[in-house]
Design a protein around this ligand. Structure first.
Ligand code: ATP
Ligand code: MG
Length: 258
């Protein structure tokens, strides 16, 4: 089960948007996806149209018994093949080290899930605390999100460093799948400079799927529906880019569900 952690060092750059975008591709293709919301803001949970979850990632991390993740899997408003382990505000309390193997709790519990998902996507909070360490320790692939701004290079470097630290300690199998540039406005010369800088520093690791700023993104999220179900030229453009990104980072899923 490919497990992807979506992270960034900066807040508001598009982690939840990319988490929901990958889930939307799975929705469109009939593949079984599980979103794990590790952000106390619960934006991915809301985008999946889940309003009052009973069990959350807070319960999963507080308890940490292997079977607990399966109990916490909740249906979404999207479709039966898209599931979530939802977040809640109290998850904030889990963003500190809680003793031995604290960063391995998510990994331990996800390992006992039935192998029925085609992919698992973990949405991280905007910090490098224990929640993001749990996500990176449980993931096979890290997707680093950045905006094409002045601090992009710096933020991407920090996120990649965090991935390296986890690879060197709790999760030797972890690999950075891509650096994704979000909210691009290609006509701005300043942004072009930043995009070139990122490509010069990280080469092919920078995804060719550069996501533009489109109003359909917050509109679909606010409506609690997949971007693929939002009918506008902007939504179609973004949906196609999410499909390219999905095929880039999950080439094994290109041919449809297993
Ligand atoms: N490509 C885009 N076009 C237009 N709006 C976007 C785009 N990407 C993200 N947004 C909007 O920007 C805001 C922040 O995006 P998002 O919530 O995905 O970022 P985040 O990195 O998850 O934030 P946080 O760090 O708070 O978790 C949201 O309102 C989202 O709808
Ligand atoms: Mg978010």
């Amino acid at each position: 089960m490919p497990t992807i952690a979506v992270l960034s060092m900066k807040g508001g750059v598009g982690k939840s948007t990319i988490t929901l975008g990958l889930a939307s591709v799975a929705w469109e293709r009939g593949q079984h996806a599980l979103v794990v919301d590790l952000d106390p803001q619960a934006n991915a949970t809301m985008g999946l149209d889940v309003l009052a979850p009973v069990f959350t990632t807070n319960d999963v991390l507080a308890d940490a018994r292997p079977g607990i993740a399966a109990d916490a899997v909740t249906g979404t408003g999207w479709a039966a093949h898209i599931k979530v382990i939802a977040a809640e505000r109290a998850l904030e309390h889990r963003n500190v080290n809680e003793g031995r193997h604290s960063a391995l709790r998510l990994r331990t519990t996800l390992a006992s899930l039935p192998r029925s998902y085609d992919l698992v996507v973990i949405d991280c909070p905007p910090s490098l605390g224990e929640l993001t360490r749990n996500a990176l320790s449980a993931a096979d692939l890290a997707v680093v999100v950045t905006e094409p701004g002045y601090f992009a290079l710096h933020g991407a470097a920090q996120a990649l460093e965090a991935v390296e630290v986890i690879r060197g300690t709790t999760n030797p199998g972890l690999r950075t799948a891509a650096i994704v540039i979000n909210r691009a406005r290609p006509h701005l010369a300043e942004q072009q400079v930043r995009i070139t800088e990122l490509r010069e520093a990280y080469g092919d690791l920078v995804s060719p799927s550069v996501l533009p700023e489109r109003t359909s993104v917050p509109q679909a999220q606010g409506a609690g529906i997949p971007i693929h179900a939002w009918h506008s030229p902007g939504a179609r453009e973004i949906s196609n880019l999410f499909e390219d990104l999905y095929d880039e980072i999950l080439p094994g899923l290109k041919m449809g569900p297993k």
